[in-house]
Design a binder for this molecule. Structure first.
Ligand SMILES: [Zn+2]
Length: 489
């Protein structure tokens, strides 16, 4: 039992840009501001000029409905927007159009959950609500925020559609938070509402406390990857203060991702400070059952259903299929590959999955790339598996050519370039085999009792040929030589 006084309580507020929308939330300016000339995607509405009137983007309502259904939330049938008042250069009209679930207001959807799996334990992370709001402008600093002599404002981002997902404070560790965000990212990708690999497309605020003490809110963590780090740091900071008998203050802190520490910004502001009131320039939005049903019918297959299907169709384990479906592009790649060759069966399905989840994924992680950033084609993995199974290359060689395959080269091209053809000359392999037997009397002795010891001898031949010996022929030769010596029968 963990001691009650050290129990960690975490709640997350995840802001996601709906990057797949064409226009902003309340005007017809382009939603895709990335790479554009600063302040070129603006109009009277999104910079809040007096007299301009916002109008809701219907597609944004559809996207929010998709996500709410995918997260199992209850969509409210009538919603209206609120003004959240604050004064800051990133919000030229001095209020943000958002939703508010008090004072008669309702969130877009209440409840919902995401099931996570950690160390083979399942846990439902319960959601409080999801809601829509507009993104503020982007403040651009020269160098760091602390040392910059001036601040520039780019209003291209002002009015871009955000969806906020708020969890209940039910997350108990940074690892659980990481798994939750992983699943959320996957569901968003499958819902086709956003590409969260875009820089700046996610921002997370985290409420963290040690049970029984005041909580702090760490603001503006700018990537899912940083969340786990920020949480770890903040938990240690709070525990250390408690250990020294200090009181924790309710405050807002900033995550400095360069120094990897949280810094106190201000004592926590309270909701009353925002003076929420209904946005009278927008009519209430009615969402009827017919609309919800239509969106539901058109909802793409979600990761959880896909995982069940992959287990059934390709005989994969739960572990393999759950990992495979996490990134939709990887899962698409997998299915394209294994379906492209009629000779493939359960063994090859498993092999394909292993190559993708091990060597390919590791390389993508190291390079911080997605599968679509590479020139790798599913058919190249099919060829790789066939080359291995036909004994044309060893698994060891296959591992070394993965990087070149990512650049789009075919196996035959790579082998030609590297001169790494297999050695299948039996005379030559016989010579190496005899050398290995002479040099390793102890392993040879082991082969009498343990048939698996032959693998060590084959490994020595591989080493001598720098991995180029044909594994099938080598095995046959070693068996033959050991029989001749009377070691095995
Ligand atoms: Zn605009």
């Amino acid at each position: 039992m963990s001691s009650q006084k050290n129990e960690v309580v975490i709640g997350l507020e995840v802001h996601i840009q709906l990057t797949n929308l064409k226009t902003k939330l309340f005007c017809s300016c382009s939603n895709n501001y990335r790479g554009a000339e600063p302040n070129s995607y603006v109009c009277p509405i999104c910079i809040g000029l007096p007299g301009s009137l916002p109008a809701i983007n219907k597609k944004a309502i559809e996207f929010a409905t998709r996500l709410a259904i995918a997260l199992n939330g209850n969509i409210n049938e009538s919603i209206y927007f609120f003004r959240k008042n604050y004064f800051y250069p990133d919000m030229s009209k001095n209020f943000q159009i958002s939703q508010y679930n008090k004072a008669g207001g309702k969130a877009f959807a209440d409840g919902g959950q995401i099931t996570i799996k950690l160390n083979s334990h399942k846990k439902d992370i319960i959601l409080n609500r999801i809601h829509l709001e507009e993104d503020p402008a982007r403040l651009v600093h020269k160098g760091s925020i602390a040392t910059s002599p001036y601040t520039l404002v780019d209003y291209n981002r002002s009015g871009v559609c955000l969806i906020e997902i708020v969890t209940e404070p039910v997350i108990s560790s940074p690892e659980e938070a990481r798994e939750f965000l992983k699943q959320l990212k996957s569901i968003v990708q499958y819902s086709e509402i956003s590409n969260l690999d875009y820089e700046g497309s996610v921002r997370v605020d985290a409420n963290i406390s040690i049970r029984g003490h005041e909580r702090s809110e760490v603001k503006n963590i700018n990537s899912f990857r940083e969340v786990e780090r920020a949480l770890r740091h903040e938990i240690v900071r709070q525990k250390n203060l408690l250990k020294r008998g200090k009181l924790l203050a309710q405050e807002t802190r900033h995550w400095d991702d360069k120094r990897r520490i949280t810094i106190s910004l201000r004592t926590k502001e309270f909701e009353a400070d925002y003076r929420y009131f209904p946005e009278q320039d927008l009519v209430p939005i009615e969402i009827d059952d017919e609309f919800i049903q239509k969106v539901k019918d058109e909802l793409p297959e979600m990761p959880r259903e896909r995982s069940i299907r992959l287990r059934r169709d390709y005989n994969l384990s739960e572990f393999d299929s759950d990992n495979l479906v996490l990134d939709k592009d990887i899962a698409d790649f997998y299915e394209d590959g294994v379906n492209s060759d009629a000779s493939f069966g359960p063994d090859e399905y498993k092999q394909f999955c292993n190559w993708l989840m091990n060597d390919v994924s590791r390389w993508l992680n190291e390079q911080n790339k997605t599968i679509n950033d590479t020139k790798l084609h599913p058919h190249q993995i099919v060829d790789l598996i066939k080359y291995i199974n036909e004994g044309k290359i060893t698994t060891k060689i296959a591992k070394t050519i993965i990087k070149d395959m990512m650049e789009g080269f075919s196996i035959s091209e790579i082998l030609e370039k590297k001169g790494k053809k297999r050695i299948s000359d039996e005379k030559l392999l016989n010579k190496f085999g005899n050398e290995v037997i002479e040099e390793n009397p102890n392993i040879v002795k082991d082969c009498r009792k343990n048939p698996k010891a032959i693998e060590a001898l084959i490994g020595r031949v591989m080493a001598k040929t720098r991995g180029q010996a044909d594994p099938h022929i080598t095995r046959a030769i070693m068996l033959e030589l050991l029989k001749e010596l009377g070691i095995i029968t």
